[in-house]
Design a protein around this ligand. Structure first.
Ligand SMILES: Nc1ncnc2c1ncn2[C@@H]1O[C@H](COP(=O)(O)OP(=O)(O)O)[C@@H](O)[C@H]1O
Ligand SMILES: [Mg+2]
Length: 307
C-alpha cells in the first residue's frame, strides 16, 4: 500500500501517458507479491508492478503481461472474457515517492463481478462448486482456441511458464532430492512439449485471477504475467490442491473441447508448480506447512510416474 504523496508521484509519472487519469486517492483493489492494483472508479484499473517480488524479475513479468494483453485484450466468448489494455509503460525513474523499486504500470479495463478466492471455492457447497468448475473448464477450452489464434496472428514468442518456473526454482533449491526432482520434471516436460501441440495459455489460473459476474456470464481472466506458449495442461498447474473443483473443471474442459487433459502432462505441470512453491516458501510457516508442500510435490511426482 502506498501513502498519498507516493500515489501523487505515481500519478505524475503515468498521467502524461494515459488519457483522463483521475488524480489520487485511488481505491486499492488487490495487493500481491509483485504489486498493487487500484480501481480508478471510471471503469478502469491501474496495475503497478514492482521490480522485486518472488522468483524472477518484475520487469519480465510486466513486459509479458503488457505484450500478452496487447493482443488478448477484448477476447470474448460465451464462457470467457479478457479486459482491454488501455495503456502501459515502464518506469525509468527509480525513486517514485517512497515506493519500492517499480518496473512498470498497466491501465486495464475493469471487469465487473466478484473476484474468487481459494478459501471461497474450497468451502462452496458441492452444487455451486460443480457449476463453477464446469464454467472454468469451458472458459479454459475457449481461451485456448481464441488466444492461440490471436498469439499466432501477433507472432507472439512468449515462452512456457512451466519451463521458466522450473529454471527459476532449480536455482533456489538446496537439496539433492529437490534438484533431482527438478531435473526429472524438466526432462519429462520437455519431452512432452516436443510432440506438442502447443497452446497459448494464461499460465497463472487460480481463483484470485478469475472474476465471476454470475452463472450466465462469461468468467473474466485477469493477470497475464505468466502467459505464453505451453501444453494445454499447464493451465491447470495450480489446480491439484483445489480438490473437487479440479474434477468439475476437467469435466467442463472435456465437454467443451471433446477431449480431457493428459494426466501425465497435468501432473508434471502440477509438480513443477509444487516445486516452485517450495522454492519460494522454503521452510516458512509452521513445520506442518513445509510437510504439506513436500507432500504435494511427492504426490504429483508419483502420479506423473517419477517417484
Ligand atoms: N481488469 C480487472 N477487472 C477487475 N478486477 C481486476 C482487474 N485486474 C485486476 N483486478 C483485481 O485485482 C486483483 C489483483 O490483480 P492481478 O492482476 O491478479 O495482480 P496480482 O499480480 O497482484 O495477482 C485481482 O485479483 C482482481 O480482484
Ligand atoms: Mg493475480
Amino acid at each position: 500500500m502506498f501513502d498519498l504523496p507516493t500515489l501523487h508521484a505515481l500519478y505524475k509519472e503515468t498521467a502524461p501517458h494515459t488519457e483522463a487519469l483521475a488524480p489520487p486517492p485511488w481505491a486499492l483493489a488487490g495487493e500481491g507479491l509483485w504489486g498493487s492494483v487500484f480501481d480508478l472508479g471510471d471503469g478502469t484499473m491501474l496495475k503497478v508492478v514492482r521490480r522485486h517480488g518472488g522468483l524472477g524479475s518484475g520487469e519480465a513479468l510486466h513486459h509479458r503481461e503488457a505484450s500478452a494483453l496487447a493482443f488478448l485484450g477484448g477476447l470474448a466468448t460465451d464462457y470467457v472474457r479478457v479486459p482491454r489494455l488501455i495503456a502501459s509503460g515502464a518506469f525509468t525513474n527509480s525513486y517514485i515517492g517512497s515506493a519500492p523499486p517499480l518496473a512498470g504500470w498497466l491501465r486495464i479495463e475493469r471487469i465487473a463481478g466478484k473476484r474468487l478466492t481459494t478459501d471461497g471455492v474450497l468451502t462452496m457447497n458441492a452444487r455451486e462448486r460443480d457449476l463453477l468448475g464446469e464454467r472454468i473448464g469451458a472458459a479454459v477450452a475457449d481461451f485456448g482456441v481464441e488466444a492461440s489464434a490471436r498469439a499466432t496472428a501477433a507472432e507472439s514468442k512468449l515462452a512456457d511458464t512451466v519451463t521458466r518456473s522450473l529454471m527459476l526454482s532449480r536455482a533456489q533449491l538446496s537439496t539433492a532430492e529437490l534438484h533431482r526432482a527438478a531435473d526429472a520434471i524438466s526432462l519429462g516436460w520437455e519431452n512432452l512439449r516436443a510432440s506438442g501441440p502447443l497452446v497459448f495459455v494464461h499460465g497463472d489460473l487460480n481463483p484470485g485471477n478469475l472474476i465471476d459476474a454470475g452463472p450466465r456470464e462469461p468468467l473474466g481472466f485477469v493477470d497475464f504475467a505468466e502467459a505464453g506458449w505451453s501444453l494445454a495442461e499447464a493451465e491447470f498447474r495450480h489446480f491439484e490442491p483445489l480438490g473437487a473443483l479440479r474434477d468439475s473443471t476437467f469435466r467442463g474442459v472435456t465437454a467443451r473441447r471433446g477431449r480431457g487433459p493428459d494426466m501425465r502432462a497435468y501432473y508434471l505441470a502440477a509438480a513443477a508448480d509444487a516445486l516452485m512453491t517450495i522454492a519460494i516458501q522454503g521452510n516458512a510457516g509452521h513445520p506442518r506447512d513445509a510437510m504439506r508442500r513436500m507432500g504435494l510435490l511427492r504426490h504429483c511426482l508419483a502420479e506423473a510416474g517419477l517417484d
